[in-house]
Design a protein around this ligand. Structure first.
Ligand SMILES: [Zn+2]
Length: 77
């Protein structure tokens, strides 16, 4: 199982294992997609920083998952 895809995970350096990189790559792939605001249900949700999300539409700011507004990533895909 070799993956020579050069993705954004490269910047994390070699200290992270291949498995971690794979997970991060999957997360970042999803992060490229716009997140849906749980309040107004528009695709205007933006991650301010890890765990903080802000909606451009209704202006709501709330804490959520570090990578996604709802931390359901642990359940796997
Ligand atoms: Zn909203």
């Amino acid at each position: 199982m070799t993956s020579k895809k050069k993705q954004t995970v490269g910047r994390y350096g070699p200290r992270y294992g291949r498995r971690t990189k794979k997970i991060i790559a999957a997360i970042e792939e999803k992060q490229k997609q716009k997140q849906i605001c749980p309040y107004c249900e528009r695709h205007t949700l933006k991650r301010v920083c890890a765990g903080i999300w802000k909606c451009k539409k209704c202006g709501v700011k709330f804490a959520g998952g570090a990578y996604f507004p709802r931390s359901n990533i642990a359940k796997g895909e």
